[in-house]
Design a protein around this ligand. Structure first.
Ligand SMILES: Cc1ncc(COP(=O)(O)O)c(C=O)c1O
Length: 478
């Protein structure tokens, strides 16, 4: 009895997890935080980097871009965050009010999946699928809509791959009374009609890209009338649309420093949740398209690693779009029409059009400069996975844990499976934490393709990679 009281007093676990003898009779699956425990600041890793990052360059002058160069594209309050070196940045109250609709997100222990894997691993995951659009994307969408609103902007223009980002920004714009236009990569527009309908339900205008309403789109269509589109093309269209209207600005759902910053709430919450149950991961994982969900979870842990913690941090990507595992670290444009500054990043070249795989959100030629820097400095690692392996993992997940993951998220799950197998082979106990970046309820066409055997193994051929890289030959080197 004394033991039981002691356990209760120390707050290890709620009393009903124990019987009269103090034996654990129920296993905890979720760790919650109260709304009052939600982080009040975002974490900026730039303040803790052991070596400085190369700056973005103006493509005309070859000199570092200044805040004024970015002013036609973004509001100044977000540009200040983009270049900030402050370690902690306050989250404004109106942003917290909206985030509270679904945050703090639960930290889960995937006990059923662990059982299936039968390996000496504990698997924790942050469930970002609980947000209204179903992914991590609204963590930054809400913040960006807020900052644009207080800056006096009336309309936002953006691109979307899988449709997760477009739907998140549509919802956020509606919350803050802004208009929203989304250029959706054509292949996803066709594969995912429900995402388009979600955007329309939240009041946005959704256009398949390449489109004929921008010069960039028309140019691509002239050359490639059947183009499936790419994130790089859609970004060009959205930027052109925004800079042509003084009341509009462009909004990006990944890659940039301020986007990664807004996502750090995921990792900061996870740290508090793990602390509550007295645990800490050996491995932190996530899938990476432009890098925002992975960064959101891993950057607070990368800070611990920089300060001496022994921990592996692994980003996963598709073998069809192997930016980090096969691309060079180079200066490149963020979009196909070469309208952005030159960013120092791992890249496949801004002309690269990935194969039309179903993980639309991972079809981007570049990687966030912050993550690229961490990869170059070996603070994080990267791994590429084939879509057959990722969908197999996703199906096993759905059949054990219940939740159907987004095709992007399956890349993280498949890497967790690899780590579990490795732990089993080595006979070592491991604690794995990963970001369950979103649900796949509106991606069921992708599951249909997999279940009916239509998906094929696909690895980007070397000749195609070399050809795509020709577009950055002669660019300055970071
Ligand atoms: C569910 C989900 N996960 C991951 C991604 C990849 O984006 P990022 O690397 O910015 O997190 C996306 C992008 O659309 C997504 O929808």
């Amino acid at each position: 009895m004394a033991f039981l009281l002691c356990k209760r007093a120390m707050g290890f676990s709620p009393w009903f997890f124990f019987n009269w003898k103090g034996e654990n009779i129920m296993k905890q699956t979720k760790v919650f935080l109260n709304e009052s425990e939600m982080p009040r600041q975002w974490y900026n890793i730039v303040a803790d980097l052991p070596t400085p990052m190369s700056p973005p360059l103006h493509p005309g002058t070859g000199k570092p871009v200044g805040p004024d160069d970015l002013a036609p594209v973004f509001p100044m309050n977000l540009i200040e965050q983009e270049v900030s070196t402050e370690r902690w940045i306050d989250i404004p109250e109106p942003v917290l009010d909206k985030l509270c609709l679904w945050r703090p997100s639960p930290l889960y222990r995937a006990r059923n999946f662990e059982k299936l894997l039968d390996a000496p691993v504990k698997i924790y995951y942050k469930n970002e699928g609980v947000s209204p659009p179903g992914s991590h994307k609204p963590n930054t969408a809400v913040a960006q809509a807020y900052y644009n609103k207080v800056f006096g902007i009336k309309r936002l223009s953006t691109e979307t791959g899988a449709g997760q980002w477009g739907s998140a920004l549509s919802m956020a714009c509606q919350m803050f009374g802004l208009e929203c236009r989304v250029f959706m990569v054509k292949i996803s527009y066709e594969q995912k009609p429900y995402r388009r309908l979600m955007m329309m339900t939240w009041g946005a205008d959704c256009i398949p890209s390449p489109s004929n309403i921008t010069q960039a789109g028309r140019k691509i269509l002239e050359e490639y009338p059947d183009s499936p589109g790419s994130l790089g093309m859609a970004i060009s269209e959205a930027i052109e649309d925004a800079v042509g209207d003084k009341d509009a600005r462009y909004s990006l759902g990944s890659v940039l420093n301020h986007v990664l910053l807004h996502q750090t709430i995921i990792g900061l919450e996870a740290q508090k949740q793990l602390e509550k149950i007295g645990d800490y991961p050996d491995i932190v994982m996530g899938c990476a398209g432009g890098g925002s969900n992975f960064a959101g979870l891993c950057l607070p842990f990368a800070r611990d690693k920089i300060h001496g913690k022994q921990i592996s941090i692994v980003a996963t990507e598709p073998t069809s779009c192997p930016t980090m595992t096969r691309g060079p670290f180079a200066y490149d444009f963020g979009d196909t029409a070469m309208t952005t500054p030159l960013l120092p990043m791992y890249t496949l070249g801004h002309d690269f059009v990935p194969a039309p795989i179903h993980a639309g959100g991972l079809r981007y030629h570049g990687m966030a400069p912050i993550l690229s820097h961490l990869l170059k400095e070996k603070i994080i690692e990267a791994r590429a996975l084939d879509q057959i392996e990722t969908f197999t993992a996703g199906i096993n997940w759905a059949r054990t844990e219940g939740f159907i993951p987004a095709p992007e998220t399956n890349h993280a799950i498949a890497a967790v499976v690899q780590e579990a197998q490795k732990a089993k082979e080595e006979g070592k106990e491991k604690t794995i934490l990963f970001n369950w970046s979103g649900h796949g309820i509106v991606d069921l066409a992708a599951y249909d393709a997999f279940l009916s055997g239509k998906l094929k193994k696909y690895e980007l051929p070397e000749e195609e990679l070399q050809k795509a890289l020709e577009s950055i030959a002669g660019y300055p080197k970071p």
